[in-house]
Design a protein around this ligand. Sequence first.
Ligand code: UTP
Length: 823
Amino acid sequence: MSDMELPDDIQTKLKGLHCSLCNVNIPNRPSLDEHLKGRKHKTLSNVRATRKAAEEHSVFVKGFKKGTSQDDLAEYFQKFGSVSDVIMDKDKGVYAIVQFSELDGTQAALAQLDHQMQGLMLRVNPREKKDFKLIPKKKFDPQNLQDVLERLQPRLCQALSVNEQMQIVMEQSELRENEKQARDLVIELLQEVLIEFFPDCKILPFGSSVNTFGIHGCDLDLLLDLENTKVFQARSKSTTEQAGQGTSDDCRSEDSILSDIDLSTASPADVLDLVARILMKCVPGVHKVQVVSSARLPVIKFHHRELNLQGDITINNRLAVRNTRFLQLCSGMEARLGPLVYSIRLWAKQRQLAGNPSGAGPLLNNYALSLLVIFFLQNCDPPVLLTVDQLKDMACEEEECIIEGWNCTFPSQPFAVPPSKNSQDLCSLLPAFFSFYAHFNFPDSVISLREGHVLPITSYLSQNEEKEGEEEAMQEERPTKSQHPSPKLGPLNLLDPFELSHNVAGNLNERARLNFQKECQEAHNYCRSLQYQQRSTKGKPWGLVRLITPHQGPKHKTQEGPGDKGLIITLPFRAALLPDGLRNQLPLAGDSLNLMWFHKVCSSIKGLFLNILKCNPLLPTDPVFGEHSGTSTGTNDEVMEMSSSDLNTSALNSSSEHNTSANNGDDGIGSSSECSPQVKVGVKRRLSSLSSEASVSPQEKKSRVGKGPKSDAPTWAWLQRHTVWAGRRKVRRLLLKGADSKPEGTNVELETQVTEHILEKEPELKEPLAFKVQARIMGRSEGTRAVLKFSPTNDKDGHFQDFYHFLEIFLPKMVETLMEPCV
Ligand code: UTP
């Protein structure tokens, strides 16, 4: 067959042929014949021919009276030829398709221009010719959780109880045997290849593939353990040195890949680069290999083509393997944990609260969510799960485990732990979880699974200082022990149960925390309704189903733009950012230090907008200034100039009283719980003079407070003419000549240069963006926070949301950086 002779449906492609009717590729000419004679092609050809004939044999009719029947139409059109069928649009009765047995009938009907029926003029037209297209059915993908849940819904609706629903959800979401085998296969494959290059290395799985909470299609987290390889390398090095150049023991050649790198000194990124090259070149099926060195723990991401598996490889991450073991132990100890975690993970995923696949952004990761469930179970009455410290005490000597200086001891087998006395069923534990976190005082708390209760931020900080002191002392005795940094505190503080310097929810911003609590509240409200508690006899969604399916009806309130309460960024109090002298006095100083901290925050915010982001301050007389809110406005020169005598703590105290329940999720400015710091605007000394305040004792300050005149909280109004929020990373890299080693918001000079670059290179916005920022201090003592409310006053081109999202991440980091030099 030459090209000319190819049937209409067949096109030649670069590689082989393509049948547009069946939408399949055909590798070569010999297969074409087979395809054309095949069942699929024949059936589709026949269907198409029948449809085409039906189209040609029929006319499209409109304009008849409502209530006209098929028989009426058949009778009318009979005069043009034998009518074989009349298809009517039954719902509306506005059109019909009249089909003739012979083509002549169609032509005769179309040839007549004037058709009248029951006194009405009919419009008779040829049928529209539609291309026949095969619409492929959506295939069910058993690895896709959404597909699985859709299929599952009828079964869940039929279940007899919420308990049963939760069990079904777990059974149907968890990894199947074949999926586990596929994972084992990849591990074996990697192990086989990598051991050739890194003698004695081990590949160890951790995370959802093995922690008993894995769901279809979850990624495969792996640790490449090079500890033994390091030993091997050191040993072979010394042998080689002793024996002169050549080969080492074990007959492994000196020119192996290990001679390129010294594992004892190489950075994780260098090691991962090397491993990535090996993966790309030597592991069959592995592709899309990428090293992400900017992550907290640098990682190699890869994909296995045939097994359709996404994998991550890290090194130096033995704590993750151990905490995975801990999750396995918890599941083994408590059968209710699995169904709860699965149900809550699905709920959080549907509500976009957790499970960001890239691990970036302000969402909770699944590990953090599992820890929140465990912490809740530790706090039930009586507890469902024991604390990590209690578990540690139950372990025997052989089970003792210290990793990187952290105590990771717990029993290896669940039967070593006595069963819980709590007998609540899943149906009541789920609402209790939502209620627990809906009312949780996040701003004032650090969650500790080790101790099984929250630690007030104050005692946590002082405890940390004590620990640091102890560690310093121990360091002198044992110089090898590393000193652990303090965790990064934020809107949600959830300490890793072992690596106590790591806040596993440290990536969350205030908005995400608020969303989490609002969704918990909403879920709790739903759980109190009959729809949760009573099975629908009509098979409608009830119980768990509504919690794990996407929101129906109007857009969910918490997913709206944050317009209902304004756009808010909250900066939690950081004692660490106060000068040393003052920080030590914290327990005595009362609220004046918090005010001082707030003033410093405000000063930094002003510096950020003015100097780093190059915004222009607006005056109330500017047309785009916006409605005057009644608060005094800090313009360029007056904002945040203040005297220590203006630190009016009586105002703070009174407002703190309003605000005793800092955890009511009500951080909105303008609400009844709002408090104003009574910051004096535009007077006396500049804030920079606060550093000299370090020499003033807090008692002295206390005696001075209350004397200063009252004033309003600062409000700034700014104008921005450039998209200073867009493409910063690229510019940063450019300025650093390719190496983007400085995390965003950690270098004042660099960020200023980035803005200047954008100002210089990017065109001005057609319509400049104008916005207001209102600052308030809220909460008490260590729960104090600065709450910033943003509102656009001129945003005709709709840039403000983008700018705000950029600020959500950038501003807290930058403020911290700006405050640091003053310490
Ligand atoms: P994930 O958050 O990815 O959890 O962390 P997951 O259970 O594997 O869920 P998927 O992959 O989203 O389905 C993976 C593992 O990384 C370690 C934990 O061992 C966790 O099980 N990890 C994660 C930490 O040790 N610390 C963290 O802050 C986050």
